[in-house]
Design a protein around this ligand. Structure first.
Ligand SMILES: [Mn+2]
Length: 348
């Protein structure tokens, strides 16, 4: 797999170009819709809400349009109460500019795809792999730890252009939340020196309660979550002589505990940590049982992004996701595990 979006100088030019464009369109008081991906995480929401805060400051009318209500661990994010939940009422709205954050193909916007495409102009800010060069107003850089790291650079450029202070306490909390989660609290290989520098500066300059942020993002749990995690971990299976660890979560398992999908967050990452495991795979039935959602984590030569692409998904080299339609859980499990075995064998 190649990525055409890793050129450092090109990225700096791209950031300045996009900031100039955002500055112009905001000063015309344009209407801007910002779109995080479905089942938004802290990076997607942190990027969307901080960019909304900044562009509003520059005169734009900005709405963050979400697919669904944010999960409980993200309810503390500043500005989340102003987020608009997508409904049919706004389906025909036409924004002057629609910005996708933390995704690079509009189909990841699910129900909101049409609303996004309906806008007069479009921009994309993302750090996921895409085998296609950046188009106009597209800032896709896989060398960035997170979309929030890119949004930091954009806001910095906007401060230069506008000669005013835009960063504030809320933006600091939002950007730190995105960078902290996407880097696994600065432990994954995607962690960049730049992310450390940005976070250090934000903590220096603004009022950020790091202990509260860490509690909300990583530590808080519920009895339900502990129970469903226990059920899933007790059901894990091994393949490829223990190199693949996988689990499939049926709706019966979820319903028994009254669990929701976000209760399974980070579980595939935890599974990957078992000694000797090269790949972890977590499959779960969608609430309406029409789809199987897969989450893959790799410690090894298996490229998780390439793996997910085979099933129509995508992501990063070590972490990715996909959705399978028209297959039951058992059938999907057999296919996915067979594919992982094949790819592990090939990349030895
Ligand atoms: Mn991200």
């Amino acid at each position: 797999m190649t990525s055409l979006n890793q050129d450092k100088d090109l990225v700096a030019t791209n950031i300045n170009h996009l900031a100039g464009y955002f500055f112009d369109i905001s000063s015309k008081k344009s209407s801007i819709g910002i779109f995080p991906h479905a089942r938004a995480d802290a990076d997607a929401l942190g990027a969307a809400l901080s960019l909304a805060n900044a562009l509003q400051d520059l005169g734009a009318e900005v709405e963050v349009i979400a697919e669904e209500k944010a999960v409980p661990s993200l309810q503390f994010l500043p500005g989340i109460q102003n987020m608009v939940l997508y409904s049919g009422d706004i389906a025909e709205k036409q924004f002057d500019l629609a910005i996708a954050v933390d995704l690079n193909t509009p189909d990841r916007l699910e129900k909101r795809e049409k609303l996004f495409l309906n806008a007069s102009q479009h921009a994309i800010i993302d750090h996921h792999v895409r085998d296609q060069a950046n188009g106009d107003n597209e800032l896709i850089y896989t060398g960035s730890s997170s979309t929030c790291e890119l949004v930091f650079r954009l806001i910095s450029a906007l401060e230069d252009l506008s000669a005013k202070k835009i960063f504030n306490d809320d933006i600091a909390v939002l950007l730190i939340s995105g960078m902290t989660t996407d880097t696994g609290r600065f432990s994954y290989n995607n962690t960049t020196p730049r992310a450390f520098r940005q976070v250090a500066w934000l903590i220096e300059e603004f009022n950020v309660d790091l202990a509260l942020l860490t509690h909300e993002l990583f530590e808080r749990t519920t009895v339900t979550q502990l129970q469903i995690r226990g059920d899933v971990l007790a059901s894990i299976k091994l393949a490829a002589d223990g190199r693949i660890l996988y689990a499939s979560v049926s709706r019966e398992m979820m319903n028994k505990r009254k669990a929701t999908d976000d209760h399974l967050d980070y579980l595939s990452s935890d599974m990957r940590e078992a000694d000797g495991v090269d790949v972890s795979i977590l499959l779960r039935e969608s609430p309406d049982r029409t789809e199987i959602h897969g989450s893959v984590r790799s410690n090894s030569c298996l490229n998780a992004a390439e793996f997910a692409q085979i099933f129509g998904g995508g992501g990063h080299v070590r972490a990715s996701g996909f959705t399978i339609e028209g297959m039951g859980l058992a059938e999907a499990e057999a296919e996915v595990v067979a594919q992982a075995e094949k790819m592990l064998e090939q990349c030895l």
